[in-house]
Design a protein around this ligand. Structure first.
Ligand code: SAH
Length: 361
């Protein structure tokens, strides 16, 4: 058994089955053995690859997006630039290089990285050393000081723990993780009583899902989106939430594990594989709007990057002799690759008028 499996097995033996969210939180976030706490999961030697790791174009275009939005905000100085879950720091390094193109923007930036992984904080420090921008790290967005913000999160929300509910004839029950018959592995079971989580389901999903359907809620994601919304209302600014998922809430089981770039059983060897779930953008958007923000989108990643001029950027890179530009471009924007599954939701403060770049602006 992995160390996380042994801990979970003891906990379940003592107290009974646990929610999928508790399972996921321990497997990813255990302070010593958790997946994200103990390793750098990205890249060819890791378990998965993300858009900023595919091409510098991704972070550069987001940096230019932010520079234009900063001007739309009235060019505030200082502005808090916040990234949730910065991984290897690649997006931010590309962002800050591109941000030089707009006079005054880079000088106004106070950079705050929200990252719980110590190994990844170290990678971020190295990646950003050449940028000359000072970095403040936080475990949680709550400790980022007041002031207008520009916030970016790429593949952050998909790593937050989800709960799964299953609709049975009498109502919604909680899907739980229990020990298997032998007591050495894990299996799914369903709670005998009804789940309190049903209150957090989208009303349409709650009422119309067929019997047997599984639906997911992400309480941590909703809380963070609401916190972003409250901040945008109070201090102004804009956020870009990028992830794979659905534009509208819908039933479905999207809980999955990736190990060495292949699908893996999420209940096998917890702590050694990345666990994720699709992001429900409608739910995230509603949480932020209820807290006072204004939502634009979500739009598909391919549409967004094309609107921001990724084709022209690719052409410039091609002419400068960069390798593999076409393959990277296709992976980022092609509908059969990341272009359609990945979505981008923008949130703004109520005083930021008009459509943002990539959202019709
Ligand atoms: N944005 C990066 C990395 C995505 S992986 C990229 O696109 O390449 C998810 C990131 O979120 C990692 O940096 C991970 O350590 C961080 N993370 C996961 N859960 C977190 C949490 N609860 N709080 C803060 N950071 C978290």
């Amino acid at each position: 058994m992995t160390p996380v499996a042994a801990l979970l097995a003891r906990r379940i033996a003592a107290n009974g089955p646990i929610t999928v969210a508790d399972y996921m939180a321990e497997a990813l976030g255990h302070p010593v053995h958790g997946y994200y706490r103990s390793r750098d999961p990205l890249g060819a030697a890791g378990d998965f690859t993300t858009a900023p790791e595919i091409s510098q174009m991704f972070g550069e275009l987001i940096g230019l997006w932010a520079a234009v939005v900063w001007q739309q905000m009235g060019s505030p100085g200082p502005v808090r630039l916040v990234e949730l879950g910065p991984g290897r720091g690649t997006l931010m390094a590309d962002f800050l290089r591109a941000a030089r193109l707009v006079p005054g923007f880079r000088e106004s930036i106070r950079l705050h990285l929200v990252e719980t992984s110590r190994p990844l904080r170290e990678r971020q420090k190295q990646a950003l050393a050449a940028s000359g921008v000072a970095v403040d790290w936080h475990d949680d967005i709550a400790s980022v000081p007041d002031g207008p913000i520009i916030l970016v999160a790429n593949e952050f929300f998909d790593a937050l723990p989800i709960r799964q509910l299953q609709r049975l004839p009498g109502g919604w029950h909680e899907r739980l993780v229990d020990l298997d018959e032998a007591g050495t592995g894990f299996r799914f079971v369903v709670s005998p009583g009804l789940s309190t989580g049903a209150a957090l389901l989208d009303p349409g999903v709650r009422e119309t899902a067929p019997a047997g359907a599984i639906a997911e809620i992400c309480p941590a994601g909703l809380a963070i989106s609401a916190a972003i919304g409250a901040r945008l209302k109070a201090e102004g600014g804009a956020s870009l939430l990028i992830d794979y998922g659905t534009a509208r809430s819908a039933p479905g089981d999207s809980f999955q594990a990736l190990k060495a770039h292949r699908f893996h059983d999420p209940l096998t060897d917890p702590g050694t594989a990345d666990l994720t779930a699709h992001v429900d953008f409608q739910a995230l958007s509603r949480a932020a709007v209820e807290a006072g923000a204004v939502a634009q989108g979500p739009v598909e990643q391919g549409t967004f990057l094309t609107a921001l001029g990724i084709e022209a950027r690719a052409e410039t890179l091609r002419q400068s002799g960069a390798a593999d530009v076409d393959a990277a471009l296709r992976r980022l924007i092609d509908a059969r690759e990341m272009g359609s599954l990945f979505k981008i939701l923008a949130l703004t403060g109520p005083t930021l008028d008009g459509p943002l770049p990539g959202f019709g602006g």
